[in-house]
Design a protein around this ligand. Structure first.
Ligand SMILES: CC(C)(COP(=O)(O)OP(=O)(O)OC[C@H]1O[C@@H](n2cnc3c(N)ncnc32)[C@H](O)[C@@H]1OP(=O)(O)O)[C@@H](O)C(=O)NCCC(=O)NCCS
Length: 188
């Protein structure tokens, strides 16, 4: 699977499955979003090769989906400008459900890349992993992410009040889900 899109800046972005050589780019993006201190309920950056490699090995072992957005003209690790992962849940009785996480590098947000990444990840998770339902969660103040998820067709199924505490502030967690068949019917 490989999809090529052109964004407003005139740059060409390739969307494809993750490769081992993308690991540094992916974790660079993750650590940068952590530093922003706004979007993820995590404090500790991922730095060691062991952590980075074991993440990749687990994705491959468990047949999980990770689609990256790449600008091929840029040198690694800066070539990876976003990633969307659909992971398995821990429950044996929930293998039909995938959990979605997405990050776009700050400079490339609001250019439509997130929407494409999520669309391809959903389709690939159905094709390769037989996922029927995708779930995710988000801070209630992440208006851009909520707008995008709702536009794609995710529905709010619950709110965990004061679920996170960061820099002396509580944040609510919004839980969402999307049924893949319904999504594919509406977006053939
Ligand atoms: C959330 C994120 C993945 C979205 O990816 P993206 O490439 O920026 O998304 P897109 O460009 O496809 O769509 C963004 C949409 O949000 C809209 N938007 C931007 N800021 C907004 C705001 N403050 N309130 C409401 N909508 C907003 C854009 O206009 C666009 O909608 P439109 O296409 O209807 O005009 C990305 O911005 C990101 O990585 N943010 C930081 C990390 C993060 O929040 N990850 C998700 C954690 S749950």
């Amino acid at each position: 699977m490989k999809k090529v899109i052109e964004i407003e800046t005139g740059e060409t972005v390739v969307l494809r499955h993750v490769k081992k050589s993308d690991i540094d780019g992916i974790w660079k993006n993750f650590n940068e979003v952590l530093e922003e201190g706004t979007y993820l309920p995590v404090f500790t950056p991922v730095k060691t090769e062991i952590e980075k490699n074991s993440w990749y090995d687990n994705i491959k072992k468990d047949n999980e989906i990770c689609i990256v957005a790449e600008i091929s003209d840029i040198k690694p690790p800066y070539n990876i400008i976003g990633q969307c992962e659909i992971s398995n849940l821990e429950w044996e009785a929930a293998t039909h459900v995938g959990s979605l996480g997405i990050i776009i590098s700050e400079k490339y947000r609001d250019r439509g890349i997130g929407k494409y990444l999520i669309d391809i990840s959903i389709r690939e998770s159905k094709k390769l992993n037989n996922k029927e339902k995708i779930i995710l969660s988000c801070f209630s103040n992440n208006e851009r992410a909520l707008h995008l998820y709702e536009k794609i067709g995710f529905r709010v199924v619950g709110v965990r009040k004061q679920q996170f505490y960061m820099d002396a502030v509580y944040y609510d967690e919004i839980m969402m889900e999307l049924f893949v068949e319904e999504y594919l019917r509406k977006n053939p």
